[in-house]
Design a binder for this molecule. Structure first.
Ligand code: FAD
Length: 458
Protein backbone atom coordinates (compact mmCIF):
# COMPACT_ATOMS: atom_id res chain seq x y z
CA UNK A 1 0.00 0.00 0.00
CA UNK A 2 1.32 3.42 -0.96
CA UNK A 3 1.22 5.42 2.29
CA UNK A 4 1.45 8.77 0.49
CA UNK A 5 -1.48 7.91 -1.74
CA UNK A 6 -3.52 6.74 1.25
CA UNK A 7 -2.67 9.96 3.07
CA UNK A 8 -3.76 12.03 0.06
CA UNK A 9 -7.10 10.25 -0.17
CA UNK A 10 -7.77 10.57 3.57
CA UNK A 11 -6.70 14.21 3.50
CA UNK A 12 -9.41 14.92 0.95
CA UNK A 13 -11.98 13.66 3.47
CA UNK A 14 -10.77 14.83 6.88
CA UNK A 15 -8.44 17.72 6.03
CA UNK A 16 -5.00 18.48 7.49
CA UNK A 17 -6.32 18.68 11.08
CA UNK A 18 -7.72 15.18 10.71
CA UNK A 19 -4.48 13.29 10.12
CA UNK A 20 -1.75 12.37 12.61
CA UNK A 21 1.33 10.49 11.39
CA UNK A 22 2.55 7.30 13.08
CA UNK A 23 5.46 9.09 14.80
CA UNK A 24 3.15 11.69 16.38
CA UNK A 25 0.61 9.03 17.35
CA UNK A 26 3.41 7.21 19.18
CA UNK A 27 3.68 10.26 21.52
CA UNK A 28 0.18 9.49 22.86
CA UNK A 29 -0.01 7.01 25.77
CA UNK A 30 -1.69 3.76 24.67
CA UNK A 31 -3.97 3.77 27.71
CA UNK A 32 -4.42 4.45 31.42
CA UNK A 33 -1.04 4.08 33.20
CA UNK A 34 0.43 2.80 29.93
CA UNK A 35 3.18 5.17 28.84
CA UNK A 36 4.01 3.17 25.69
CA UNK A 37 2.75 5.04 22.62
CA UNK A 38 -0.16 4.33 20.27
CA UNK A 39 1.03 2.17 17.38
CA UNK A 40 -0.50 2.57 13.94
CA UNK A 41 0.03 3.21 10.25
CA UNK A 42 -1.84 6.52 10.54
CA UNK A 43 -4.20 8.07 13.03
CA UNK A 44 -7.28 9.72 11.54
CA UNK A 45 -9.53 12.21 13.36
CA UNK A 46 -12.79 12.68 11.47
CA UNK A 47 -15.15 15.45 12.58
CA UNK A 48 -18.51 14.05 11.41
CA UNK A 49 -20.38 10.85 10.58
CA UNK A 50 -19.97 11.71 6.93
CA UNK A 51 -16.18 11.80 7.34
CA UNK A 52 -16.12 8.54 9.34
CA UNK A 53 -18.08 6.89 6.51
CA UNK A 54 -15.64 8.23 3.91
CA UNK A 55 -12.63 6.94 5.87
CA UNK A 56 -14.17 3.50 6.34
CA UNK A 57 -15.07 3.23 2.64
CA UNK A 58 -11.40 3.72 1.76
CA UNK A 59 -10.24 1.23 4.41
CA UNK A 60 -12.77 -1.29 3.11
CA UNK A 61 -11.55 -0.88 -0.43
CA UNK A 62 -7.90 -1.29 0.67
CA UNK A 63 -8.65 -4.06 3.23
CA UNK A 64 -7.05 -1.90 5.91
CA UNK A 65 -7.86 -2.88 9.55
CA UNK A 66 -9.34 -0.08 11.69
CA UNK A 67 -9.14 0.34 15.46
CA UNK A 68 -11.54 2.89 16.94
CA UNK A 69 -10.33 4.89 19.93
CA UNK A 70 -12.30 7.09 22.32
CA UNK A 71 -10.57 8.32 25.48
CA UNK A 72 -8.30 5.24 25.73
CA UNK A 73 -9.36 4.63 29.34
CA UNK A 74 -10.50 1.07 28.66
CA UNK A 75 -8.85 -1.46 30.95
CA UNK A 76 -8.72 -4.63 28.79
CA UNK A 77 -6.53 -3.51 25.84
CA UNK A 78 -9.63 -3.22 23.64
CA UNK A 79 -8.36 -0.11 21.83
CA UNK A 80 -4.82 -1.40 21.21
CA UNK A 81 -3.65 -1.12 17.61
CA UNK A 82 -0.71 -2.52 15.66
CA UNK A 83 1.67 -0.79 13.25
CA UNK A 84 -0.36 -1.90 10.22
CA UNK A 85 -3.68 -0.59 11.57
CA UNK A 86 -5.44 2.69 10.91
CA UNK A 87 -6.50 4.25 14.19
CA UNK A 88 -9.77 6.15 14.02
CA UNK A 89 -10.03 8.58 16.91
CA UNK A 90 -13.35 10.23 17.79
CA UNK A 91 -11.60 13.12 19.58
CA UNK A 92 -12.85 15.79 17.14
CA UNK A 93 -16.46 14.64 17.41
CA UNK A 94 -17.26 16.51 20.61
CA UNK A 95 -20.51 18.27 19.85
CA UNK A 96 -23.44 18.11 22.24
CA UNK A 97 -26.00 18.60 19.50
CA UNK A 98 -29.17 18.92 21.53
CA UNK A 99 -30.47 18.77 25.10
CA UNK A 100 -34.24 18.47 25.36
CA UNK A 101 -35.26 19.02 29.00
CA UNK A 102 -38.95 18.18 28.38
CA UNK A 103 -38.28 14.91 26.57
CA UNK A 104 -35.28 14.39 28.89
CA UNK A 105 -32.92 13.28 26.14
CA UNK A 106 -29.58 14.50 24.83
CA UNK A 107 -28.18 13.92 21.35
CA UNK A 108 -24.38 13.91 21.18
CA UNK A 109 -21.46 13.05 18.97
CA UNK A 110 -19.63 9.97 20.22
CA UNK A 111 -16.40 11.78 21.17
CA UNK A 112 -18.06 13.91 23.89
CA UNK A 113 -16.60 13.00 27.29
CA UNK A 114 -18.85 11.63 30.00
CA UNK A 115 -18.04 14.57 32.28
CA UNK A 116 -18.82 17.15 29.58
CA UNK A 117 -22.34 15.75 29.23
CA UNK A 118 -22.84 15.46 33.00
CA UNK A 119 -21.91 19.15 33.36
CA UNK A 120 -23.94 20.30 30.37
CA UNK A 121 -27.25 18.80 31.55
CA UNK A 122 -26.93 19.93 35.18
CA UNK A 123 -28.11 23.57 34.58
CA UNK A 124 -31.32 22.06 33.16
CA UNK A 125 -31.94 20.30 36.49
CA UNK A 126 -31.10 17.00 34.83
CA UNK A 127 -28.49 14.29 35.30
CA UNK A 128 -26.82 11.78 33.05
CA UNK A 129 -26.39 9.16 35.77
CA UNK A 130 -23.57 7.02 34.38
CA UNK A 131 -20.52 7.75 36.52
CA UNK A 132 -17.01 6.34 36.72
CA UNK A 133 -13.54 7.43 37.77
CA UNK A 134 -12.37 8.08 34.20
CA UNK A 135 -15.26 10.51 33.50
CA UNK A 136 -12.94 13.34 32.39
CA UNK A 137 -11.40 11.34 29.51
CA UNK A 138 -13.77 8.45 28.73
CA UNK A 139 -16.08 9.22 25.80
CA UNK A 140 -19.77 8.45 25.50
CA UNK A 141 -18.98 6.39 22.38
CA UNK A 142 -16.45 4.38 24.41
CA UNK A 143 -18.96 4.03 27.25
CA UNK A 144 -21.48 2.64 24.78
CA UNK A 145 -18.96 0.38 23.01
CA UNK A 146 -17.94 -1.13 26.38
CA UNK A 147 -21.41 -0.94 27.99
CA UNK A 148 -19.78 0.78 30.96
CA UNK A 149 -21.10 0.31 34.49
CA UNK A 150 -19.68 2.33 37.36
CA UNK A 151 -20.95 3.51 40.70
CA UNK A 152 -24.72 3.87 40.32
CA UNK A 153 -25.74 0.78 38.36
CA UNK A 154 -27.89 -0.42 41.25
CA UNK A 155 -30.21 2.56 40.67
CA UNK A 156 -29.94 3.41 36.97
CA UNK A 157 -28.50 0.34 35.23
CA UNK A 158 -25.51 0.23 32.89
CA UNK A 159 -24.83 2.37 29.80
CA UNK A 160 -27.10 0.02 27.84
CA UNK A 161 -30.03 1.25 29.94
CA UNK A 162 -29.29 4.90 29.14
CA UNK A 163 -28.95 4.71 25.36
CA UNK A 164 -32.20 5.29 23.48
CA UNK A 165 -30.73 5.40 20.00
CA UNK A 166 -27.45 5.52 18.15
CA UNK A 167 -25.83 5.96 14.80
CA UNK A 168 -23.05 3.66 13.63
CA UNK A 169 -20.91 3.36 10.54
CA UNK A 170 -20.35 -0.21 9.34
CA UNK A 171 -17.10 -1.64 8.02
CA UNK A 172 -18.04 -0.91 4.39
CA UNK A 173 -18.79 2.74 5.18
CA UNK A 174 -22.58 2.44 5.23
CA UNK A 175 -24.35 4.47 7.90
CA UNK A 176 -27.04 2.94 10.13
CA UNK A 177 -28.83 5.84 11.72
CA UNK A 178 -31.09 4.61 14.50
CA UNK A 179 -31.43 7.79 16.54
CA UNK A 180 -34.59 6.72 18.36
CA UNK A 181 -35.59 8.97 21.25
CA UNK A 182 -38.53 7.01 22.57
CA UNK A 183 -38.38 4.94 25.73
CA UNK A 184 -40.76 2.42 24.18
CA UNK A 185 -40.18 1.29 20.62
CA UNK A 186 -40.69 -2.37 19.79
CA UNK A 187 -40.91 -1.91 16.03
CA UNK A 188 -38.75 -4.87 15.10
CA UNK A 189 -35.23 -5.68 16.30
CA UNK A 190 -33.60 -3.20 18.66
CA UNK A 191 -30.54 -2.61 16.48
CA UNK A 192 -28.65 -0.37 18.91
CA UNK A 193 -28.14 -3.40 21.16
CA UNK A 194 -25.84 -4.90 18.51
CA UNK A 195 -23.33 -2.12 19.02
CA UNK A 196 -23.63 -1.68 22.80
CA UNK A 197 -20.80 -3.67 24.37
CA UNK A 198 -19.39 -4.69 20.97
CA UNK A 199 -16.00 -3.05 21.70
CA UNK A 200 -15.55 -1.54 18.26
CA UNK A 201 -15.83 -4.88 16.43
CA UNK A 202 -19.19 -4.37 14.66
CA UNK A 203 -19.27 -0.68 13.78
CA UNK A 204 -18.04 2.78 14.71
CA UNK A 205 -20.57 4.55 16.94
CA UNK A 206 -20.74 8.16 15.76
CA UNK A 207 -23.77 9.69 17.53
CA UNK A 208 -25.99 8.77 20.47
CA UNK A 209 -29.38 9.68 21.90
CA UNK A 210 -29.17 9.38 25.67
CA UNK A 211 -31.83 9.24 28.35
CA UNK A 212 -31.53 11.89 31.07
CA UNK A 213 -32.94 11.75 34.59
CA UNK A 214 -34.10 14.37 37.06
CA UNK A 215 -31.13 15.70 39.04
CA UNK A 216 -31.36 14.31 42.59
CA UNK A 217 -31.79 17.08 45.16
CA UNK A 218 -30.61 15.10 48.16
CA UNK A 219 -27.65 12.88 48.91
CA UNK A 220 -27.02 10.81 52.02
CA UNK A 221 -23.88 8.75 52.49
CA UNK A 222 -22.72 6.48 55.29
CA UNK A 223 -19.87 4.11 55.95
CA UNK A 224 -20.79 1.07 58.04
CA UNK A 225 -18.77 -1.79 59.51
CA UNK A 226 -20.06 -5.36 59.40
CA UNK A 227 -19.09 -8.58 61.19
CA UNK A 228 -19.65 -11.12 58.42
CA UNK A 229 -20.79 -11.57 54.85
CA UNK A 230 -24.28 -12.68 55.94
CA UNK A 231 -24.72 -9.22 57.42
CA UNK A 232 -23.49 -7.60 54.18
CA UNK A 233 -26.11 -9.31 52.02
CA UNK A 234 -28.76 -8.81 54.73
CA UNK A 235 -27.97 -5.09 54.90
CA UNK A 236 -28.22 -4.69 51.11
CA UNK A 237 -31.73 -6.14 51.18
CA UNK A 238 -32.70 -4.12 54.26
CA UNK A 239 -31.50 -0.77 52.82
CA UNK A 240 -33.02 -1.36 49.39
CA UNK A 241 -36.39 -2.23 50.90
CA UNK A 242 -36.39 0.54 53.50
CA UNK A 243 -35.26 3.34 51.19
CA UNK A 244 -38.05 2.64 48.71
CA UNK A 245 -36.00 2.98 45.50
CA UNK A 246 -33.62 5.66 46.84
CA UNK A 247 -30.56 3.41 47.20
CA UNK A 248 -28.03 4.66 44.64
CA UNK A 249 -24.80 2.88 45.65
CA UNK A 250 -23.82 -0.07 47.80
CA UNK A 251 -20.06 -0.44 47.66
CA UNK A 252 -18.32 -3.01 49.83
CA UNK A 253 -14.69 -3.16 50.94
CA UNK A 254 -13.14 -6.26 52.41
CA UNK A 255 -11.05 -5.51 55.54
CA UNK A 256 -7.64 -5.52 53.80
CA UNK A 257 -8.74 -2.94 51.21
CA UNK A 258 -10.32 -0.65 53.82
CA UNK A 259 -7.19 -0.75 55.97
CA UNK A 260 -4.99 -0.02 52.93
CA UNK A 261 -6.95 3.07 51.86
CA UNK A 262 -7.19 4.45 55.39
CA UNK A 263 -3.54 4.04 56.42
CA UNK A 264 -0.71 6.47 55.50
CA UNK A 265 0.52 7.25 52.89
CA UNK A 266 -3.19 7.12 51.86
CA UNK A 267 -4.76 10.56 52.37
CA UNK A 268 -7.83 9.35 54.30
CA UNK A 269 -7.94 8.72 58.04
CA UNK A 270 -10.20 5.79 59.01
CA UNK A 271 -13.76 7.08 59.67
CA UNK A 272 -14.42 3.77 61.51
CA UNK A 273 -11.84 1.71 63.45
CA UNK A 274 -9.90 -1.03 61.69
CA UNK A 275 -10.57 -4.67 62.57
CA UNK A 276 -14.08 -5.33 61.23
CA UNK A 277 -14.49 -7.96 58.50
CA UNK A 278 -16.34 -5.72 55.98
CA UNK A 279 -17.10 -2.05 55.37
CA UNK A 280 -19.91 -0.79 53.15
CA UNK A 281 -20.32 2.66 51.64
CA UNK A 282 -24.03 3.29 51.24
CA UNK A 283 -25.54 6.17 49.28
CA UNK A 284 -29.14 7.25 48.83
CA UNK A 285 -30.34 9.98 46.49
CA UNK A 286 -33.76 11.59 46.56
CA UNK A 287 -35.77 14.76 46.22
CA UNK A 288 -35.82 16.40 49.65
CA UNK A 289 -32.79 16.48 51.98
CA UNK A 290 -34.48 16.67 55.41
CA UNK A 291 -37.03 13.82 55.11
CA UNK A 292 -34.63 11.73 53.00
CA UNK A 293 -31.99 12.12 55.70
CA UNK A 294 -34.48 11.07 58.39
CA UNK A 295 -35.41 7.94 56.44
CA UNK A 296 -31.73 7.12 55.80
CA UNK A 297 -30.74 7.53 59.45
CA UNK A 298 -33.76 5.53 60.63
CA UNK A 299 -32.86 2.68 58.25
CA UNK A 300 -29.31 2.60 59.61
CA UNK A 301 -30.48 2.80 63.24
CA UNK A 302 -32.74 -0.18 62.64
CA UNK A 303 -29.80 -2.06 61.13
CA UNK A 304 -27.65 -1.22 64.19
CA UNK A 305 -30.38 -2.30 66.61
CA UNK A 306 -30.95 -5.61 64.83
CA UNK A 307 -27.22 -6.31 64.83
CA UNK A 308 -26.82 -6.24 61.03
CA UNK A 309 -24.39 -3.35 61.38
CA UNK A 310 -21.58 -3.22 63.96
CA UNK A 311 -20.69 0.47 63.63
CA UNK A 312 -21.65 3.40 61.40
CA UNK A 313 -20.39 6.86 60.37
CA UNK A 314 -22.97 9.06 58.64
CA UNK A 315 -21.72 11.97 56.53
CA UNK A 316 -23.03 15.26 57.91
CA UNK A 317 -22.18 17.48 54.94
CA UNK A 318 -21.38 17.40 51.22
CA UNK A 319 -17.71 17.55 52.15
CA UNK A 320 -18.02 14.45 54.33
CA UNK A 321 -19.96 12.62 51.58
CA UNK A 322 -17.13 13.39 49.17
CA UNK A 323 -14.52 12.26 51.73
CA UNK A 324 -16.18 8.85 52.12
CA UNK A 325 -16.32 8.42 48.34
CA UNK A 326 -12.67 9.51 48.06
CA UNK A 327 -11.69 6.74 50.46
CA UNK A 328 -13.53 4.13 48.40
CA UNK A 329 -12.08 5.48 45.14
CA UNK A 330 -8.45 5.57 46.30
CA UNK A 331 -7.67 2.36 44.40
CA UNK A 332 -4.21 3.61 43.38
CA UNK A 333 -3.05 2.66 46.91
CA UNK A 334 -2.98 -0.91 45.62
CA UNK A 335 0.04 0.06 43.49
CA UNK A 336 2.04 0.77 46.68
CA UNK A 337 4.03 -2.45 46.44
CA UNK A 338 4.45 -2.36 42.64
CA UNK A 339 2.04 -2.63 39.73
CA UNK A 340 -0.64 -5.23 40.61
CA UNK A 341 -2.93 -7.46 38.53
CA UNK A 342 -6.51 -6.22 38.46
CA UNK A 343 -9.72 -8.16 37.86
CA UNK A 344 -13.36 -7.22 37.32
CA UNK A 345 -15.72 -10.14 37.83
CA UNK A 346 -19.39 -10.87 38.54
CA UNK A 347 -20.89 -13.69 40.50
CA UNK A 348 -24.04 -14.53 42.43
CA UNK A 349 -24.17 -13.01 45.91
CA UNK A 350 -24.66 -16.42 47.52
CA UNK A 351 -21.36 -17.69 46.08
CA UNK A 352 -19.26 -14.59 46.75
CA UNK A 353 -17.79 -15.16 50.19
CA UNK A 354 -16.81 -18.81 49.58
CA UNK A 355 -15.27 -17.80 46.22
CA UNK A 356 -13.13 -15.09 47.84
CA UNK A 357 -12.04 -17.41 50.68
CA UNK A 358 -11.04 -20.19 48.29
CA UNK A 359 -9.18 -17.77 46.04
CA UNK A 360 -7.25 -16.36 49.00
CA UNK A 361 -6.33 -19.87 50.16
CA UNK A 362 -5.10 -20.84 46.67
CA UNK A 363 -3.07 -17.61 46.36
CA UNK A 364 -1.53 -18.10 49.83
CA UNK A 365 -0.48 -21.63 49.00
CA UNK A 366 1.37 -20.57 45.88
CA UNK A 367 2.55 -17.06 46.83
CA UNK A 368 2.72 -16.83 50.65
CA UNK A 369 3.72 -13.14 50.52
CA UNK A 370 0.99 -12.06 48.07
CA UNK A 371 -1.51 -9.22 48.59
CA UNK A 372 -5.14 -9.59 47.60
CA UNK A 373 -7.49 -6.62 47.98
CA UNK A 374 -11.20 -7.08 47.36
CA UNK A 375 -13.83 -4.38 46.91
CA UNK A 376 -16.55 -3.55 44.48
CA UNK A 377 -20.06 -2.69 43.41
CA UNK A 378 -21.52 -5.45 45.55
CA UNK A 379 -25.08 -4.28 44.98
CA UNK A 380 -24.58 -5.36 41.35
CA UNK A 381 -22.73 -8.61 42.15
CA UNK A 382 -19.54 -7.02 40.78
CA UNK A 383 -16.21 -7.47 42.56
CA UNK A 384 -12.84 -5.94 41.77
CA UNK A 385 -9.87 -8.02 42.84
CA UNK A 386 -6.40 -6.51 42.96
CA UNK A 387 -3.66 -9.07 43.38
CA UNK A 388 0.03 -8.50 43.85
CA UNK A 389 2.39 -11.48 43.70
CA UNK A 390 5.54 -9.54 42.90
CA UNK A 391 5.87 -10.53 39.25
CA UNK A 392 3.91 -9.80 36.07
CA UNK A 393 5.06 -13.25 34.91
CA UNK A 394 2.57 -14.77 37.37
CA UNK A 395 -0.36 -13.29 35.44
CA UNK A 396 -1.48 -16.46 33.58
CA UNK A 397 -1.37 -18.56 36.75
CA UNK A 398 -3.30 -15.94 38.75
CA UNK A 399 -5.84 -15.55 35.91
CA UNK A 400 -6.49 -19.29 36.04
CA UNK A 401 -7.15 -19.12 39.78
CA UNK A 402 -9.47 -16.12 39.42
CA UNK A 403 -11.41 -17.11 36.30
CA UNK A 404 -11.65 -20.91 36.35
CA UNK A 405 -14.07 -21.22 39.33
CA UNK A 406 -16.44 -18.67 37.76
CA UNK A 407 -17.57 -21.14 35.09
CA UNK A 408 -19.07 -23.50 37.68
CA UNK A 409 -20.59 -20.60 39.64
CA UNK A 410 -22.15 -19.12 36.49
CA UNK A 411 -20.25 -15.91 37.14
CA UNK A 412 -18.67 -13.64 34.56
CA UNK A 413 -14.99 -13.03 33.77
CA UNK A 414 -15.98 -9.46 32.89
CA UNK A 415 -18.60 -7.53 34.84
CA UNK A 416 -18.11 -4.14 33.21
CA UNK A 417 -14.75 -3.72 31.47
CA UNK A 418 -15.30 -5.97 28.44
CA UNK A 419 -13.06 -8.63 26.91
CA UNK A 420 -10.63 -6.76 24.61
CA UNK A 421 -7.39 -8.70 24.27
CA UNK A 422 -6.82 -9.29 27.96
CA UNK A 423 -9.71 -11.67 28.66
CA UNK A 424 -9.99 -13.24 25.23
CA UNK A 425 -8.46 -16.60 26.28
CA UNK A 426 -11.13 -16.98 28.97
CA UNK A 427 -14.31 -16.02 27.08
CA UNK A 428 -15.40 -19.68 26.93
CA UNK A 429 -15.68 -19.71 30.74
CA UNK A 430 -18.54 -17.21 30.63
CA UNK A 431 -20.13 -17.90 27.23
CA UNK A 432 -21.13 -21.30 25.84
CA UNK A 433 -20.22 -22.54 22.32
CA UNK A 434 -23.63 -21.62 20.88
CA UNK A 435 -23.32 -18.07 22.22
CA UNK A 436 -19.81 -17.67 20.80
CA UNK A 437 -20.93 -19.11 17.44
CA UNK A 438 -23.73 -16.50 17.27
CA UNK A 439 -21.26 -13.74 18.13
CA UNK A 440 -19.04 -14.92 15.28
CA UNK A 441 -22.03 -15.06 12.91
CA UNK A 442 -22.94 -11.46 13.76
CA UNK A 443 -19.34 -10.38 13.18
CA UNK A 444 -19.29 -12.22 9.84
CA UNK A 445 -22.55 -10.53 8.75
CA UNK A 446 -21.57 -6.99 9.69
CA UNK A 447 -17.84 -7.14 9.00
CA UNK A 448 -17.12 -10.10 6.68
CA UNK A 449 -13.57 -8.92 5.94
CA UNK A 450 -12.76 -8.70 9.68
CA UNK A 451 -11.54 -5.11 9.42
CA UNK A 452 -13.01 -3.55 12.57
CA UNK A 453 -10.88 -4.04 15.67
CA UNK A 454 -9.65 -7.43 14.44
CA UNK A 455 -8.60 -10.01 17.01
CA UNK A 456 -10.58 -8.50 19.87
CA UNK A 457 -13.15 -10.42 22.00
CA UNK A 458 -12.74 -13.78 20.15
C1 FAD B 1 -9.69 5.32 36.63
C2 FAD B 1 -10.64 4.48 35.82
C3 FAD B 1 -11.85 4.09 36.36
C4 FAD B 1 -12.72 3.31 35.61
N1 FAD B 1 -13.91 2.94 36.19
C5 FAD B 1 -14.77 2.20 35.47
C6 FAD B 1 -16.02 1.80 36.05
O1 FAD B 1 -16.32 2.08 37.20
N2 FAD B 1 -16.87 1.09 35.28
C7 FAD B 1 -16.57 0.75 33.99
O2 FAD B 1 -17.39 0.11 33.33
N3 FAD B 1 -15.39 1.10 33.43
C8 FAD B 1 -14.49 1.80 34.13
N4 FAD B 1 -13.30 2.15 33.58
C9 FAD B 1 -12.97 1.70 32.20
C10 FAD B 1 -13.25 2.74 31.07
O3 FAD B 1 -13.30 4.04 31.56
C11 FAD B 1 -14.53 2.40 30.31
O4 FAD B 1 -14.37 1.16 29.68
C12 FAD B 1 -14.93 3.45 29.27
O5 FAD B 1 -16.25 3.17 28.86
C13 FAD B 1 -14.02 3.48 28.04
O6 FAD B 1 -14.27 4.66 27.27
P1 FAD B 1 -13.16 5.27 26.30
O7 FAD B 1 -13.76 6.39 25.55
O8 FAD B 1 -11.92 5.57 27.06
O9 FAD B 1 -12.91 4.04 25.32
P2 FAD B 1 -11.53 3.46 24.77
O10 FAD B 1 -10.71 2.99 25.91
O11 FAD B 1 -10.91 4.40 23.82
O12 FAD B 1 -12.06 2.19 23.95
C14 FAD B 1 -12.65 1.10 24.64
C15 FAD B 1 -13.25 0.14 23.60
O13 FAD B 1 -14.35 0.75 22.93
C16 FAD B 1 -14.09 0.87 21.52
N5 FAD B 1 -14.60 2.19 21.13
C17 FAD B 1 -14.30 3.39 21.66
N6 FAD B 1 -15.03 4.35 21.09
C18 FAD B 1 -15.81 3.74 20.16
C19 FAD B 1 -16.79 4.20 19.22
N7 FAD B 1 -17.13 5.49 19.13
N8 FAD B 1 -17.38 3.29 18.41
C20 FAD B 1 -17.06 1.98 18.49
N9 FAD B 1 -16.15 1.49 19.35
C21 FAD B 1 -15.53 2.36 20.18
C22 FAD B 1 -12.59 0.69 21.36
O14 FAD B 1 -12.27 0.16 20.11
C23 FAD B 1 -12.27 -0.28 22.50
O15 FAD B 1 -12.58 -1.58 22.12
C24 FAD B 1 -12.38 2.90 34.31
C25 FAD B 1 -11.15 3.29 33.76
C26 FAD B 1 -10.28 4.05 34.51
C27 FAD B 1 -8.97 4.46 33.88
Amino acid sequence: MDLNLLRERLLAIVGEAGIVCAADAAQRPAGFMRPEGVQCLLLVRPASTHEVAGVLRICHELRLPVVTQGGRTGLVHGADAMPGHLVLSLERMQQIEDINPRQRVARVQAGVTLQALQEAVQPHGLAFPLDLGARGSATLGGNAATNAGGNRVIRYGMMRDMVLGLEAVLADGSVVSSLNQLIKNNAGYDLKQLFLGSEGTLGVITRLVLRLRELPASQNVALVALRDFESVSGLLKHMDRTLGGGLSAFEVMWREFYELVSTPPAASAPPLPHGHAFYALIEAQGADQAPDNQRFVAALEAALESGLVADAAIAASQRECAALWALRDDVMQTARHGWPLTFDISLPLDAMQAYVQQLRAALAQRWPAHHCWVFGHLGDGNLHLVIHTGSEADRPAVEQLVYQPLAVLQGSISAEHGIGLEKKPYLHLSRNPAEIALMRALKQTLDPLNLLNPGKIF
